[in-house]
Design a protein around this ligand. Structure first.
Ligand SMILES: [Zn+2]
Length: 435
């Protein structure tokens, strides 16, 4: 512990300080990384392109530092792993996630196999919408031409979420309603308020709080549903007490993503305007691709770097090449990876702060998708099993939690089930596009 202040912790700090210090110049204006990254979602192509170039330039200027940090973190992980006699470079992460290596391997394999059916197919469709044969990498997160502008009032958002929850189970809606009735949610945007959204369990003897920054976009309604899912989970699991109520990372997003899916379905069925439906579906698919495909590609990149680092220090070019190879595979032929993109690994904080963390996002999303697929095809009784799962908090292994649903995460077919849910959404989108 004492040595870590001058070891791994120091390199984490160097990373954070470098990120804070970096400036990106666009049209003579110097800006921070958040602002520059945000411009990659601008409606105007020239703005996105300039942002991409500015990002690439500053990343390149700082590459010697980022390479040193990455090499050091990979070496440090290897030393820890060797001292603990772990077999695989990611075993320490798997242990803290309470998940077996075989299960993560099955997930990673299933997602990789599905790249052509998910990201490749979706990005080809998106390129067509944008009127391009091939998108550039700065167009990947471009907003869709039909993005809805209607503002959804807060009361309507509340009714939509509670309605979607009630259609699943009145008991679940009753718990979620308390958050509104008893003022457990802070929703408006105010100066000085932190951004983003979260649900905090506080302590089991009290009640959770939810923070959102509500602007009235369909996405904000989904975020509200997401955080209320966490809230319901926290209320139900509170009976397990302070030490056992919280779940490992891999199961932490179960109720939130499930609640989001229920609300997404409700919101979509209320929407009659075709362009808005298309934008909503596309947004959902894009989010899922970013959570599942992109995070698994990140995981594979880390595996390549950490594996190669065992043989000696890696050059900037070697790390860049590893990054590009996973990006080519995962993004597919509809996205052109121009010069400059090879340095885009350098700003991902998870690689430095918590190696191999990224797969947990894909794990959680796919797990819920598989669960949702069971719900869609289920006879009655699903709700009862679902509540039992949430009430268990962190007391049970994923195999025990999933067994009542006939699911098994070590079976590759389990992950395929979750991935076919995303494919189904892409099918719906394609059908809408061809109408
Ligand atoms: Zn969440």
């Amino acid at each position: 512990m004492e040595k870590s202040t001058t070891g791994s912790q120091a390199f984490n700090r160097l990373f954070d300080q470098t990120m804070d210090r970096m400036r990106f110049e666009i049209d003579g204006e110097e800006m921070s990384i958040e602002k520059a990254l945000n411009l990659l979602s601008d409606t105007q192509e020239p703005v996105r392109r300039k942002a991409a170039d500015a990002l690439a330039k500053t990343f390149k200027d700082n590459l010697p530092t980022f390479s040193l940090i990455m090499n050091t973190v990979a070496k440090d992980t290897e030393i820890n792993s060797r001292w603990h006699a772990f077999e695989d470079i990611a075993d320490s992460r798997h242990l803290s996630n309470r998940v077996e290596r075989e299960v993560v391997d099955a997930l990673s394999e299933a997602v990789t196999q599905a790249y052509p059916r998910l990201s490749h197919r979706y990005y080809a469709m998106k390129a067509k919408w944008l009127g391009m044969d091939q998108m550039n990498y700065w167009d990947r997160n471009a907003p869709l031409p039909e993005t809805a502008e209607r503002v959804i009032p807060w009361d309507e958002a509340r009714d939509t979420v509670l309605g979607a929850y009630a259609a699943f189970s009145p008991e679940m809606a009753d718990i979620a309603r308390r958050f509104f009735d008893e003022s457990w949610i802070d929703a408006p945007i105010r100066p000085g308020k932190r951004t983003g959204a979260f649900a905090h369990p506080t302590v089991p003897s009290a009640h959770p709080y939810v923070l959102v920054n509500y602007l009235g976009k369909p996405r904000d309604v989904m975020t509200l549903a997401h955080e209320l899912g966490h809230g319901v989970h926290q209320v139900l699991a509170a009976k397990q007490g302070a030490l056992m109520s919280s779940t490992p990372l891999t199961l932490a997003e179960t109720a939130s993503v499930f609640g989001e899916m229920l609300t997404f379905r409700a919101l979509l069925s209320q929407t009659t305007d075709k362009a808005t439906r298309k934008a909503m579906l596309a947004q959902k698919v894009e989010d899922m691709i970013n959570t599942v495909v992109r995070q698994i590609a990140f995981y594979q990149f880390e595996r390549k770097v950490h594996t190669a680092r065992r043989e000696g220090e890696l050059t900037e070019d070697q790390i860049n090449e590893m990054w590009m190879s996973v990006q080519v595979d995962s993004l597919g032929p509809a996205i052109k990876l121009a010069d400059g993109y090879e340095t885009y690994w350098s700003y991902v904080p998870h690689f430095i702060h918590s190696p191999f963390y990224v797969y947990a996002y894909a794990f959680g999303d796919c797990l819920v998708n598989s669960l949702y697929a069971v719900y869609q095809n289920a006879e009655s009784g699903f709700q009862g099993k679902y509540f039992e799962m949430l009430k268990a908090g962190g007391t049970k292994h994923h195999s025990e939690l999933l067994k009542p649903f006939g699911l098994d995460a070590s079976d590759p077919a389990f992950w395929s089930k979750g991935l076919s849910m995303i494919e189904g959404l892409i099918d719906e989108l394609e059908a809408l596009d061809n109408e």
